[in-house]
Design a protein around this ligand. Structure first.
Ligand code: FES
Length: 67
């Protein structure tokens, strides 16, 4: 699903960025251009990134516990 219509950034792209180590909104903007135009998507993009970062951290904790 598109989160940022101006720059065609999807929730998948945000989750992929988080998995690649993007954990701040500024870094997400630098990488994808998300929310650098009209800004309408900012709160949804921030929430999507926050959820994605939490998922990445949870999966890393799981790997650490089972390794
Ligand atoms: S919808 Fe994201 S900047 Fe306009």
């Amino acid at each position: 699903m598109y989160i940022c219509m101006c720059n065609a950034v999807t929730d998948h792209a945000i989750r992929r960025a988080a998995a690649d180590g993007v954990h701040s909104f500024a870094d997400l903007q630098a990488r994808t251009g998300c929310s650098d135009c009209c800004g309408t998507c900012e709160s949804e993009a921030r929430q999507c990134l926050s959820d994605a970062v939490s998922e990445v951290r949870a999966s890393l904790s799981f790997v650490h516990v089972t390794a």
